[in-house]
Design a protein. Structure first.
Length: 231
């Protein structure tokens, strides 16, 4: 029990961190302000070290830096001073070192990939792919199917009684040549021979998708027979 008007003070001996710092500073003949200018450590933190008011200091990693800098400035062994600080804080129940290590371990664990994170990422990826697929299908459904013709060439003149019609369109469309359906490959390619009559022949190629959107190409092919040329 403490009588009124009295205040408990920490008892420092020559073996404590604070007393070692205080004695070394006085031997050097400097005050806390001069020490602050030389070490770039604020005087209030140097004073907290000398008074062993460790609760006034920032976290452990900064405190270790302050102790090391102050010890080097006062020609003390910085490693021994840090060990002394750890011993005193541990004995006082502060367990600064353990708290710092625990905090570091928690931060490290926060970056660990867990099954839950993997499942969440997989779910998000699946949803994005599903949305992209739906958008692609809607755009494909609503747009006119592409239709590229490799053969015949425009305004072709031939002597044969048939001509190859070939090209590429979208997979899954209904393709017709002069209203006659022809097969479209899985990659959208197609080819079909069309019979020709003497003279001009009109070839109409039509591609229609499931939304009834269609594209058509019209070609005029002239067939000339050798007999006609002789005459």
């Amino acid at each position: 029990m403490v009588a009124a008007g009295f205040k408990l003070r920490k008892i420092r001996t020559v073996h404590t961190l604070g007393e070692k710092f205080r004695r070394a500073r006085k031997r050097r003949g400097v005050d806390l302000i001069e020490a602050e200018l030389s070490t770039k450590v604020r005087a209030k933190y140097l004073e907290a070290l000398e008074n062993e008011d460790f609760d006034l200091l920032p976290n452990a990693i900064y405190t270790r830096g302050f102790i090391s800098t102050y010890a080097d400035y006062l020609d003390l062994d910085s490693k021994k001073m840090i060990n002394l600080w750890e011993q005193q804080t541990s004995a006082a129940g502060n367990e600064v070192g353990d708290d710092f290590r625990s905090g570091k371990a928690i931060k490290e664990r926060s970056f660990v990939v867990t099954p839950r994170i993997i499942a969440l990422c997989a779910g998000v990826t699946f949803c994005l792919l599903a949305v992209a697929y739906i958008v692609f299908q809607v755009v494909s459904f609503a747009s006119v199917p592409k239709l590229a013709i490799d053969s015949p060439a425009k305004d072709s003149v031939v002597e044969t009684d048939q001509i190859l019609v070939s090209g590429k369109t979208d997979a899954g469309v209904n393709l017709a040549v002069n209203k006659e359906s022809i097969t479209v490959g899985s990659d959208g390619s197609f080819q079909q021979y069309v019979a020709l009559q003497n003279g001009l022949n009109t070839i109409v190629i039509t591609a229609k998708n499931k939304a009834n959107k269609e594209d058509s190409k019209v070609f005029v092919v002239e067939r000339k027979t050798k007999t006609a040329e002789a005459k």
